[in-house]
Design a protein around this ligand. Structure first.
Ligand code: DGL
Length: 273
């Protein structure tokens, strides 16, 4: 009896999820994924050497995405989560073909986020990096559900968070970004950069209390669970690879994932041309 159970468990398809971001932002998505899928094996790539991504052109982002996908696939990831809005906004469907991935094997930030707002009648404001706003991906996706949104592009914020600038500097960046916004009762502010929830308390300090702040991480994690289950069952290992060592990253990981075992590896990836 026990043996047949063992055979069944071993023969179940086992997958590893590859998650990537420019650095620490994707940790907010991984945190949400760990809540719903504690037993999936995860390989997380944070490209700190090339951060921030949000000020890069779509051509540069395509190269960096290609590099990250090659790496994650080589290391055995069969499912991919783009835990970076700037990358998600510039993801070309053709990339999936090149990497033998189909759309069911890749989850990005925009689809699950926008789907969450179907039927919502209030005003949506969305703050993100210049790369995300410039791509128009969110604006177009929201239009498909009949919604026009207001976007606020914040150029220095993700980098300031990634490289550990002081709280007062970060607060000033957020304050300046919203100085011209006239808030209304019932507004929702979408944090469409995965770095931003890391300073949620500073957003909360500046944005009026009657505005709801939406972190897409949960919606993305729910999508991961729905789409990748039940193949996620493994040992629940967590392996981080960063392209440049960072005390800031190590400290954040130890705070967010204090209750799980993990490894951090530093590895500069070769450039792809
Ligand atoms: N966290 C990423 C995003 O969601 C990248 C931010 C950056 O590196 O500029 O857009």
């Amino acid at each position: 009896m026990e043996q047949s159970l063992e055979v069944r468990v071993l023969s179940r398809p086992q997958i590893m999820i590859g998650i990537f971001d420019s650095g620490s932002g994707g940790l907010t998505v991984l945190r949400a994924i760990r809540e719903v899928l504690p037993s999936c094996d995860v390989l997380y790539f944070g490209d700190i050497q090339n951060a921030p991504y949000g000020s890069k052109s779509s051509e540069e982002l395509s190269l960096l995405t290609t590099k990250a996908l090659i790496f994650l696939k080589e290391r055995g990831a069969q499912r991919i989560v783009s835990a970076c809005n700037s990358v998600s906004a510039s993801l070309a469907l053709s990339l999936f073909d090149v990497f033998d991935l189909d759309s069911t094997q890749v989850i990005e930030m925009i689809g699950p986020t926008v789907a969450y707002f179907k039927g919502f009648s209030g005003r949506v404001l969305l703050c993100a990096t210049p790369a995300t706003v410039r791509s128009n991906s969110y604006q177009n996706a929201f239009r498909m559900i009949g919604k026009d949104i207001t976007t606020i592009s914040i150029s220095e914020l993700a980098g300031a968070i990634e490289f550990g600038q002081s709280e007062s500097d970060i607060e000033e960046i957020i304050t300046n970004a919203f100085e011209n916004v006239v808030w209304q009762e019932g507004d929702v502010l979408v944090l469409a950069c995965t770095h931003y929830p890391l300073v949620l308390s500073l957003f909360r300090k500046i944005i009026p209390p009657f505005v709801l702040i939406f972190d897409p991480a949960e919606a993305v994690a729910e999508r991961v669970k729905k789409q990748f289950w039940p193949q996620e069952v493994r040992d629940g290992t967590t392996h981080f690879v960063i392209s440049k060592d960072s005390e800031q990253f190590r400290t954040l990981v130890s705070k967010i994932f204090s209750d799980i075992n993990y490894e951090i590896e530093v590895l500069a990836l070769p450039l792809v041309h």
